[in-house]
Design a protein around this ligand. Structure first.
Ligand code: SAH
Length: 357
């Protein structure tokens, strides 16, 4: 039975489901979900990510982590966590850069948070030669806060389920996924039983405006921020809104590097949405941490020295000079990932300002 058919049966039994429930099933169903069936990343996948574009991305982040760890007194033992590590490429590049500080490597244990069995296997293969102990977990939980925690995420938060609300003449309604007369999946509006709290910076809604929220993303940030309020750090990269998310729909489906219909073939397309960095930063600050940014990926990578790193690499590998220059351009030019992608850092109050922010 197709995933669309199974979702239709769920809706027949319990009524329309939220967009968040729909996303969870479409992405994570253990048999027919997108991540169970597909390797999403890279040329053969549905999209390409910064660590897959160039090793420089992970190397600069590795140097960042080591410096922040040093500036907080080089706590040992410590834990390095990556959320949604994909092929394990970012972590492999981070660990390569971190080899310059043997004490860091001997102090950390790694936990990779990953729901997909297929991607866990790819990560294990990619990282098999590292001497650092690696654990896997399906979700972030407070047991990971047993020691100072350093957290990385790239394109993880955009994959978390969101809820969508539409401002109508009846007030705010939640956009749900139901069935139309042909029994195909279709959006339906359901009035809210209680008031929707919208952050003031989004402004006054007009009729038809759509408000997206990410309770899952804010929940994870809250847990992470609680864990690092004393010591540690988080560095989060994603595509999304900077200061003000405003109103508008950003949920998108992508299959084979092309946009697809969100409801048409659940399990076949990657689903993601713009990350609301202001909401994540607010959740982190409510837990008593200090946040820096979001700054654009371009600003951060430039401040961390991507140009110098690219020159060194090109000098060592002259035959690759053109592809290295092309990779830098892809990562930092405004026409590509440079401005849409942003970075947010979360640190304990009173910790030194992190490099690049
Ligand atoms: N960070 C990688 C991969 C990004 S794709 C890169 O930059 O290349 C998103 C990743 O998050 C995948 O590894 C996916 O399996 C994982 N993921 C998505 N939702 C998740 C969830 N709710 N819990 C844990 N991992 C999740």
């Amino acid at each position: 039975m197709s995933l669309a058919e199974r979702i239709a049966q769920i809706i027949e039994m319990q009524g329309p489901i939220s967009v968040a429930q729909f996303m969870s099933i479409a992405l994570h169903d253990p048999v027919n979900g997108y991540y169970a069936q597909h390797d999403p990343i890279g040329i053969g996948g549905d999209f390409t990510t910064a660590p897959e574009i160039s090793q420089m991305f992970g190397e600069l982040i590795g140097a960042w982590i080591v410096q922040v760890w040093r500036e907080q007194g080089a706590p040992s033992p410590a834990r390095l966590v990556e959320l949604g590590p994909g092929h394990g490429t970012l972590m492999a590049d981070v660990l390569r850069a971190a080899r310059l500080d043997a004490e860091f490597l001997s102090s950390i244990e790694i936990t990779l948070i990953e729901t997909s069995a297929r991607l866990r296997a790819a990560q294990a293969k990619r990282l098999k030669d590292t001497a650092v102990v690696i654990h896997w977990a399906e979700r972030f939980d407070d047991s990971l806060a047993d020691r100072p925690l350093f957290v990385l995420a790239n394109e993880f938060f955009d994959a978390l389920p969101i809820r969508q609300f539409v401002h109508t003449e009846r007030g705010w309604c939640e956009r749900m996924v139901g069935l139309d007369r042909q029994r195909s999946l279709a959006f339906a509006l359901v009035p809210l039983s209680r008031q929707l709290n919208i952050p003031a910076e989004r402004g006054r809604p007009r009729r038809g405006d759509i408000c997206e929220t990410s309770p899952a993303g804010e929940g994870i940030i809250l847990q992470i921020a609680n864990a690092i309020a004393q010591r540690g750090a988080a560095l989060i990269f994603d595509y999304g809104y900077g200061a003000n998310a405003g109103f508008g729909e950003t949920l998108q489906a992508v299959a084979a590097h092309k946009f697809a219909n969100v409801l048409q073939k659940p399990g076949e397309a990657d689903l993601s949405s713009h990350v609301d960095f202001a909401a994540l930063a607010r959740a982190a600050e409510n837990a008593g941490t200090k946040t820096y940014g979001p700054v654009t990926q371009r600003a951060l990578l430039e401040a961390l020295g991507i140009e110098v790193r690219a020159e060194c690499l090109a000098r060592a590998n002259p035959e690759q000079a053109d592809s290295i220059a092309a990779a830098v351009k892809r990562l930092i030019s405004s026409a590509q990932m440079g401005t849409l992608f942003k970075a947010l850092a979360i640190l304990p109050k009173g910790a030194p300002r992190p490099p690049g922010f």
